[in-house]
Design a protein around this ligand. Structure first.
Ligand code: FAD
Length: 526
């Protein structure tokens, strides 16, 4: 007897069954004693891979439609009213925080004026090519700066440590509404990929412009007008000033000139701990072998990620922003420095796997830079990036060493070609890092190899540094109004201000800042 038309089950099946809806249907019919011909549809609601045992399983939450047709729900974007003549809010920075702040402004009836120092997603590509091929770093247009911010040319991992599932789901749904695959609502560890992100960002831009918002590219903010502890306007690089008493500041963790500006103007900021280390590249096949405990991954499993944390001599050392089937990118934002990070295409089909492996830093580590006050962490970070540039050969070539050689403390005689396009310079990492970081990395990698046997291999190459893991500065804000603790009308927002760490959390913070700001213009809106 059929009691309900829809049934939900949480099951564990082999990767082969999980990948084939017909086999899954057979399995569910048999297991639950449902006549096969009564099952009209199976909808997968959640999917995750459990690779802890030798026999890999896929955890699925499924909904079975019995004698009832499945009607696919389409994700509908919120109603965005025309805001051409609505009250204006200036947003500095068009990263995830700035873009989602702008969308929320429109949704709640305000007009966003987005100011972005970089170029639109398409024009930005030319500058990425110039870094990779000609070693030229454009200070306004690079892997961190430009439309979509640091998240545009990334792996587009969408997982977050945020416990607010509702907020996370809302952002994921908006991304689907703007063109992301709806599989991001199903996967336990969703990602979008570098090839798909620019289209989504462009769709967000079109919506903002269509509903009456404004976006100005190539527009760097260089100063803030402040009167009686209230924001009065922003000054642009060309000398123009935009009068406003509402500014959402979402300039990201690489906007060092903004941190310098705040410091010079005696606007309160604080140093904050972050993490720093290297980016390691392995053959993807090797990571698959370690994680899936098999010779070859096979067609039913995705390129494996890994995540690892160890305590080494009282310090945390962990993998950060791991990119399966990905590429290491030159992410400097100024000439004279080398910075690495990673990206992956949506299929994660590159032959290499890379991950940041970073050491937790503490405030006392910044002591040699204490004369810079709240910018001490930023100067510590910058000093390592500049040293890497010098040691690498004063181009975007990156200091590199075979992982086994780094652990053994000897320079590599030769280096294989890696995915990092500008090239490698063989160095001894002791010349790049302070002793405590180098030593922690050496010991930590040995500990990693105990958990992931085979990780320590001659084929793995360490690239230095991975230094932009999170902001080295916090811009303090009132926990309730989200305004800067001193400056009325200034809303520090997103990763650069220290309130987010990734695409999703930056987008959530952008929405929250827009709501807080609008609450002062149109009370009772939310
Ligand atoms: P940002 O994205 O940094 O945006 C700030 C924007 O402000 C930039 O566009 C910048 O040009 C602009 N700006 C700066 N100064 C000024 C100024 N003075 N005037 C005007 N505009 C200015 N996170 C994930 O969650 N998943 C990933 O897979 C992932 N991969 C990454 C890969 C790479 C290569 C990089 C670089 C980052 C990656 N991240 C990833 C991190 C993620 O991109 C950031 O956490 C996120 O973009 C932060 O958002 P944000 O809006 O706070 O700041």
């Amino acid at each position: 007897t059929i009691i309900r038309l829809q049934h939900e089950f949480t099951i564990q099946v082999s990767p082969e069954i999980a990948a084939d809806l017909d086999r899954l249907k057979d399995y569910l019919a048999h297991k639950n004693e449902i006549p096969l011909n009564q099952i009209r549809h199976i909808q997968i609601l959640k999917r995750s891979i459990d690779a802890r045992q030798r026999l890999i399983k896929v955890n699925l939450k499924v909904r079975i439609y019995i004698e009832e047709d499945f009607i696919k729900e389409t994700i509908v974007l919120p109603e965005y009213p025309d805001v051409s003549s609505a009250p204006e809010i200036v947003i500095v920075g068009a990263g995830p925080a700035g873009l989602f702040a702008a969308l929320r402004c429109i949704e709640l009836g305000c007009k966003p004026i987005l100011l972005e120092r970089g170029k639109d997603v398409k024009s930005r590509r030319r500058d990425l090519k110039a870094i990779n091929r000609d070693h030229i770093v454009n200070e306004d247009s690079n892997y961190c700066f430009g439309e979509g911010g640091a998240g545009t040319y990334s792996d587009g991992k969408l997982y977050t440590r945020s416990k607010k599932r509702g907020d996370v789901y809302r952002i994921l749904e908006l991304l689907v509404g703007f063109g992301a695959t709806d599989q991001i609502l199903v996967e336990a560890h969703p990602h979008i990929g570098t090839n798909k992100l620019p289209g989504i960002i462009a769709a967000i831009r079109e919506k903002i412009l269509e509903r009456g918002g404004k976006i100005y590219f190539n527009t760097r903010v260089t100063d803030f007008e402040i009167k009686n502890s209230e924001i009065n306007g922003v000054t642009l690089l060309n000398g123009d000033t935009i009068a406003t008493n509402k500014v959402i500041l979402a300039t990201g963790h690489s906007a060092r000139d903004i941190f310098e500006l705040l410091y010079q103007k005696k606007i309160e900021i604080e140093a904050k701990p972050f993490a720093l280390g290297v980016r390691v590249e392995h053959p993807q096949q090797l990571i698959d072998q370690i994680q899936y405990k098999c010779e070859v991954r096979g067609e039913y499993l995705p390129p494996s990620p890994y995540s690892i944390v160890k305590q080494v001599g009282g310090r945390g050392m962990y993998s950060f922003c791991m990119c399966p089937g990905g590429v290491i990118a030159p992410c400097a934002t100024s000439p004279g420095e080398v910075v690495t990070n990673g990206w992956s295409p949506s299929k994660r089909d590159q032959p290499t796997a890379n991950s940041g492996i970073v050491v937790e830093l503490r405030m006392e580590d910044f002591a040699p830079f204490s004369k810079f006050g709240p910018l001490s962490g930023m100067y510590f970070q910058k000093s390592i990036e500049q040293r890497a540039w010098q040691i690498g050969g004063e181009t975007q070539r990156v200091p590199a060493q075979r992982l086994v050689d780094m652990v053994a403390g000897k320079k590599s005689i030769d280096l294989p070609v890696t995915s990092y396009k500008p090239g490698l310079t063989s160095v001894d990492m002791t010349t790049v890092f302070p002793e405590f970081i180098h030593h922690t990395l050496q010991s930590g990698f040995k500990a990693f190899n105990k958990s992931m046997k085979g990780y320590l291999t001659n084929e793995a190459v360490v690239h230095a540094p991975e230094s932009r893991t999170s902001s080295p500065v916090r811009i303090p804000r009132d926990w309730k109004t989200l305004e800067h603790v001193q400056i009325k009308g200034l809303y520090p927002c997103g990763e650069g201000a220290g309130y987010a760490g990734g695409i999703i959390s930056a987008a959530i913070d952008g929405e929250k800042c827009a709501e807080a700001c609008i609450a002062t213009i149109k009370p009772n809106t939310i």
